[in-house]
Design a binder for this molecule. Sequence first.
Ligand SMILES: O=C[C@H](O)[C@H](O)[C@H](O)COP(=O)(O)O
Length: 247
Amino acid sequence: MVVSTISPSPVLTQDDLKKLAAYKAVDYVESGMVLGLGTGSTAHHAVNRIGELLKQGKLNNIIGIPTSKRTEEQALSLGIPLSDLDTHPVLDLAIDGADEVDTYLNLVKGRGGSLLREKMVEGACRKFVVIVDESKMVKTLGGSGLAMPVEVVPFCWNFTVTRLQNLFREAGCVAKLRVAADGGGKPYLTDNANYIVDLYFKGEIGDLKVASHEIMRLAGVVEHGMFIDMATAVIIAGERGITVKNK
Ligand SMILES: O=C[C@H](O)[C@H](O)[C@H](O)COP(=O)(O)O
């Protein structure tokens, strides 16, 4: 793993740091690329920047593959030409945020609800650059005590919640169905009309590949938010500057 650090910065807000990481990642973009466009507050800055450079004529012939309906709308509003994986099954580069990044550059994603399309698009990229502020860095995934999202089919979701929780009983896992933010207690619906079950761990998840396999073996699970061995680089913006970690 190659690590490089550049330029210290003055006191910045978390959003400033997200923007710094995003802009740095857009330096990797070249004209003619097919690009995976990530989802979330950090990726939002990168998509805006790509739109800006296209408008200024500093980038040309970019094709974007959005990882969510939200990003699709944003990209269209910026005039970024879009396509999909059916037409462009291999992408040059994807840029996206993450909820957690461990020391091996494994990720937790999906707290914003977009993990399935992200995993499909980012798994089809030659390079996957992750952009985060330093608060996202963790020793081990799930160690922050925050959600590890799993996308599940709505059919008998309660059954799947119980099975997911039982899977990680020794790690003190609590599994909860995510509800929509707009109140009413209705389940949160993903872009694929599925539900999200959030897993909260008290202890260690253990071997991530084993955990991944166990989760995916459950009928009813569509995908989970652990992105193992997928990132090729992580750009971390912090109070002391930007750090780039390459796989
Ligand atoms: O579901 C959301 C995506 O995985 C986001 O990329 C992730 O949650 C990070 O989002 P943010 O940049 O807003 O922290």
